[in-house]
Design a binder for this molecule. Structure first.
Ligand code: FAD
Length: 464
C-alpha cells in the first residue's frame, strides 16, 4: 500500500438551502461516546472495523438491523481480483475502465486493481473460504465485461454469505469492537467548525423502544450501503434505503454520480406487480454459457457487443429493454438448460433453489428475466483514502463514490471496492482523529460504549 498523504483541506460545504439540516426526531435522551463509529455491517463496515482495531481506541459498529442484513450477504457471483495465471492488475484495470464507460477515475481504478489481490488474501486470512480446484488453487470464473477468469467465489454461488459469515466471526472475536444491532443512524452532528462531532441514533433493539441518543465521536465511517429500495424493483434487501447518502447530504457533504444507477439485466421477472427485492440470476450463469433469448427463442446479444451475453451490464440491460419494446413482451428469457441438473446443483445451488421456489425449473425451463435496480455507482464523494468533504466523515463501500466505478460498475468489483477502500481509510483515520468535542449535553450522563454479548442487543438508556 502506498504512503498515506496528508489530508487535503476539505471545503466547508453547506447543504443546498432547500434541504433540511436534520430529520425530525426526538431530542437525544442519552449520550455515549466512541473514538470511531462505523455505520453499517456489510463488507465495507466490518472490514473497516477490523482494520481499525489496534489503531484507535473504542470502535463501535452500529447497524440498523442484524449484522448480516445488508447487500453483502446476497452477493452471488464473487470477488474480482487478478489472482490467476496470466492475469494482471493492468488487464483488470482495462476491463474496469471499459465497463465504466469513460467515467471512471483512473487513479481510483489503479488502487482497486493493484491492492485488490492483497485485500482478498487478507479476507482469506480472516477465515473466508473460497472454492478451490482439484489442485487446491482458487477456482476462478468469468463474468460480464471481464476478459479473464478472475472471480473468486464461495459455495458455488453464495460468495456474499461466506464473506459476511467470515467477517462477522472475526468481529465477534474482537473484544474491542462493540456491535450495536437494531440501531439506526438518524443524523450526523457537526461542531462549529463544520467537522463531525457525533451522530444521533435510534435504537429499536428487540422490540424495546430505547429511543434516540447521541454518540459523541472523533470520526464516523459511513458504510451504510446502497439505494436499491428507492426503486420499485431491485435486487437489494430492505435495508438499502440510501440512509447514509441522505444523512451525508443533510450534513453538507458532497455527493457525486448519483445518476449512475446500475440495472442488472438478469433479475427474475415475477410479474408487473412484484415490488421490493427480486431474485437475482447471477451473471456467472452467463459466464458458464447461458444465453439470453426473446419470446421466439432468438438470441439477443450476438451482434450487439463483441462479448455478446457477457457484455457489460448497461449494454445487456439496454439490449433487453430495446427488444422488450420491439416485441411488446414484459420480459426476456435466460436459457441455461444446457447445464443439466448436476451442473446446476453443484455450481449454482442457491440460484437453482431460488428459481424452483418461484415455480421455474432452470434445468428444463427458460428463466423469465428483466432488468432491475442493482447498484449505486455514485454516492458520497471521497478521495482515494475514504475522506469526504466533511472533516471527520469517511465513507466506503456502496454508499461511497471514489469514481472507481465510473458510470457502470464491472461485475464483482463491488465487494472488492469495499475491501480495498476500507483498508485505505483505516490507514488515515488514526492520524487524523480530532479530539472528542465538548458535549452539548450533561457529561455526567455519559457512558463509554461497552461490549455487547454475541447475538445480544445491547442495553441503551431509555429515552426521556
Ligand atoms: C443480490 C445481489 C448480488 C450481488 N452480487 C455481487 C457479487 O457477486 N459481487 C460483488 O462484488 N458485488 C455484488 N453485489 C453488490 C455488493 O453485494 C454490494 O455492493 C456490497 O455488498 C455493498 O457492501 P456495503 O458494505 O457497502 O453495504 P451493505 O452490505 O449493503 O451493508 C450496508 C449496511 O448498512 C446498514 N445500514 C443502512 N442504513 C443504516 C442506518 N441508517 N443506520 C445504521 N445502519 C444502516 C445496513 O443494515 C447494512 O448492515 C450484489 C448485490 C446484490 C443485492
Amino acid at each position: 500500500m502506498s504512503t498515506v498523504p496528508p489530508a487535503a483541506t476539505p471545503a466547508a460545504v453547506q447543504g443546498p438551502a432547500l434541504l433540511p439540516g436534520r430529520l425530525l426526531a426526538r431530542d437525544p435522551g442519552w449520550t455515549e461516546w466512541a473514538d470511531v463509529v462505523v455505520v453499517g455491517s456489510g463488507v465495507a463496515g466490518l472490514t473497516a472495523a477490523l482494520r481499525l482495531r489496534d489503531r484507535v481506541g473504542r470502535i463501535a459498529v452500529v447497524t440498523k438491523d442484524v449484522l448480516a442484513a445488508g447487500s453483502t450477504q446476497w452477493a452471488q457471483g464473487g470477488i474480482a481480483a487478478a489472482l490467476g495465471p496470466g492475469d494482471t492488475p493492468e488487464q483488470h484495470e482495462v476491463d474496469t475502465l471499459v465497463a465504466g464507460a469513460g467515467a471512471c477515475d483512473r487513479e481510483a481504478v489503479r488502487v482497486l486493481v493493484n491492492e485488490g489481490p492483497d485485500a482478498v488474501r487478507e479476507l482469506i486470512s480472516w477465515g473466508a473460504n473460497f472454492d478451490q480446484d482439484a489442485a487446491g488453487d482458487l477456482s476462478l470464473t468469468r463474468e460480464g465485461g471481464h476478459h479473464r477468469d478472475r472471480i473468486v467465489h464461495a459455495n458455488g454461488d453464495a460468495t456474499g454469505a461466506e464473506v459476511q459469515r467470515a467477517l462477522i466471526a472475526a468481529v465477534r472475536a474482537a473484544p474491542d469492537i462493540h456491535v450495536f444491532e437494531h440501531t439506526m443512524v438518524v443524523d450526523l452532528v457537526l461542531g462549529e467548525d463544520g467537522a463531525v462531532t457525533g451522530l444521533t441514533l435510534h435504537s429499536t433493539g428487540g422490540g424495546q423502544a430505547d429511543g434516540v441518543g447521541l454518540v459523541r465521536t472523533r470520526a464516523v465511517v459511513l458504510a451504510s450501503g446502497g439505494l436499491g429500495q428507492v426503486f420499485s424493483q431491485t435486487t437489494n434487501p430492505s435495508v438499502s434505503t440510501a440512509d447514509g447518502m441522505a444523512a451525508a447530504l443533510r450534513a453538507g457533504a458532497r455527493l457525486r454520480d448519483l445518476e449512475f444507477v446500475q440495472f442488472h439485466p438478469t433479475v427474475m421477472y415475477l410479474g408487473p406487480d412484484s415490488r421490493g427485492q427480486q431474485p437475482l440470476i447471477s451473471e456467472a450463469v452467463r459466464g458458464e454459457g447461458a444465453v439470453l433469448v426473446d419470446g421466439r427463442g432468438e438470441r439477443i446479444m450476438p451482434g450487439v457487443h463483441e462479448l455478446a451475453d457477457l457484455a457489460p451490464r448497461d449494454i445487456v440491460s439496454k439490449a433487453l429493454m430495446r427488444r422488450m419494446l420491439e416485441t411488446g413482451e414484459p420480459n426476456m428469457w435466460l436459457d441455461a438448460r444446457a447445464f443439466g441438473e448436476q451442473f446446476w446443483a453443484r455450481r449454482f445451488p442457491t440460484i437453482l433453489a431460488s428459481c424452483r421456489s418461484h415455480g421455474v425449473d432452470p434445468v428444463t425451463d427458460l428463466i423469465p428475466v428483466a432488468p432491475a435496480c442493482h447498484y449505486a455507482s455514485g454516492g458520497v464523494h471521497t478521495d482515494l483514502w475514504g475522506r469526504t468533504s466533511v472533516p471527520g466523515l469517511y465513507a466506503t463501500g456502496e454508499v461511497a463514490c471514489s469514481g472507481v466505478n465510473g458510470a457502470n460498475r464491472l461485475a464483482s468489483n463491488s465487494l472488492l471496492d469495499g475491501l480495498v477502500f476500507s483498508r485505505r481509510l483505516a490507514e488515515v483515520i488514526p492520524q487524523e482523529l480530532r479530539p472528542l468535542a465538548e458535549p452539548a449535553t450533561d457529561a455526567s450522563a455519559e457512558a463509554p460504549i461497552g461490549p455487547a454479548a454475541p447475538d445480544e442487543v445491547p442495553h441503551l438508556p431509555e429515552a426521556v
